[in-house]
Design a protein around this ligand. Structure first.
Ligand code: COA
Length: 377
């Protein structure tokens, strides 16, 4: 775009400037029309891809069921071919899932209620990576503020207004977290349903704490709660360190041409960090059980007139159990990753190159076995 130079002294000069402006504006309008055109084409391609994904998913299901019927063969060559086909289907299925994650989709119920029908799907993995990065940083920053606030309140417990602000801050934090997590899940994040539910429950728990009146029962539990909130900061730091490490390592995996050694390197790093984090997590669950027990004792005490201690005790007992079970399930799923075939998705997770080595490897393996069989025939 050319700048407007000088001041016109007569009508002709003014006319010349306006003509130039009109022509530049016309070019811009053309560019905008091209953009709208392209957007429409993209939208049409997105719908066509969504349709094709549905079609290929059904196709694979059908092929799998057909394959299952001829699986009983005793012939070794045939068994090899069947195994290669099965692997190929598995990889294609994974590829379809990856494609699905990069296409816009309708919001789930929770997001529809909170945000309405606005599109929160990311069109590429770079945006997804950045959002995840931002989510982890947000979690870390707000948890740090909450925990330091808790430590402050532990030592200065004279103003109950600060306690209310503290509980309100927790309600806001977990509410925000649930929304961000839903957006991540909408974009293909594999966050376990329990963690999302757990953050919903914590919102409710914080709300109960907020309306717990300043009473003997509250004072009995208050200091322990502040200490627990502070301890959670240490656990969050460990989780942050682990999650950010995973995020950046997974992205690095997706950017390298040869990844066999790197996947092993990732697995070794992940196992050692996970065992370290687990120590802190298990202590946090023990603390939660202890909170549940203390609250139970408070609720049974003669001075307790409120219903809040029993409810919060139940929440702690329930969430500690849920957390423990889910964490054990996560550990079990990590053990399953020792099988190289189950690790295929790791390479693709934050890869900017779409066609992964996994699919290529599977197709190669499939055609090699078929060729070998044809030659022998
Ligand atoms: N909150 C939010 N997201 C979580 C999560 C949690 N507690 N645990 C895992 N995720 C996410 C991961 O970042 C990953 O996301 P991505 O698919 O977008 O990359 C996805 O869920 C799958 O993760 P998964 O492979 O199942 O586990 P992990 O190796 O990332 O983490 C743990 C394993 C055990 C460290 C983790 O689940 C954890 O910290 N759990 C404990 C939470 C807890 O008990 N909190 C209460 C005490 S503070």
């Amino acid at each position: 775009m050319s700048p407007i130079l000088g001041n016109p002294t007569n009508m002709d000069e003014m006319y010349e400037i306006v003509t130039k402006f009109e022509s530049e504006f016309g070019a811009f309008e053309k560019r905008y029309d091209d953009y709208v055109d392209l957007s429409e084409k993209i939208r049409a391609q997105q719908n066509a891809c969504k349709h094709d994904i549905k079609h290929f998913k059904m196709y694979i299901k059908m092929l799998r069921s057909k394959l299952a019927k001829i699986e009983s063969s005793e012939n070794q060559e045939e068994q090899m071919r069947i195994a290669a086909m099965k692997n190929s289907f598995e990889d294609k299925w994974l590829t379809l899932r990856e494609m699905e994650d990069c296409l816009p989709k309708q919001n789930g119920l929770y997001l529809r209620i909170i945000l309405g029908p606005v599109n929160v799907s990311f069109s590429n993995k770079q945006d997804k990576f950045e959002y995840k990065n931002n989510y982890e940083n947000f979690k870390m920053t707000v948890s740090a503020i909450i925990s330091l606030f808790a430590l402050f309140l532990y030592f200065f417990n004279s103003v109950s207004l600060f306690d209310s602000i503290f509980h309100f801050l927790i309600v806001w934090y977990y509410c925000t977290l649930t929304i961000r997590e839903r957006i991540l899940m909408q974009n293909g994040s594999r966050i376990k349903g329990w963690w999302a539910t757990y953050h919903f429950i914590l919102t409710a728990e914080a709300a109960v704490m907020l309306i717990w009146p300043s009473s003997h029962s509250y004072s009995e539990f208050r200091d322990q709660f502040m200490l627990y909130s502070f301890y959670i900061l240490i656990v969050q730091c460990m989780q942050y360190y682990y999650q950010m490490g995973c995020l950046y390592k997974l992205r690095a995996l997706g950017q390298r041409p040869s990844m066999d050694i790197t996947v092993d390197g990732y697995m070794t790093w992940m196992s050692s960090r996970l065992s370290f984090v687990l120590t802190f997590l298990l202590s946090a669950y023990a603390f939660q059980i202890y909170n549940a027990y203390s609250l139970y004792c408070i609720s049974r005490a003669p001075f307790c007139q409120e219903w809040q201690p029993s409810v919060v005790a139940l929440i702690y007992a329930f969430t500690a159990t849920g957390n423990l079970i889910t964490t054990l399930m996560v550990v079990r799923s990590k053990i399953a990753l020792l099988n190289p075939r189950k690790r295929g998705y790791l390479r693709k997770k934050y890869s900017l190159i779409f066609h992964s080595d996994v699919s290529a490897m599977a197709s190669k393996e499939h055609s090699e076995v078929s060729e070998k069989f044809a030659k022998e025939k």
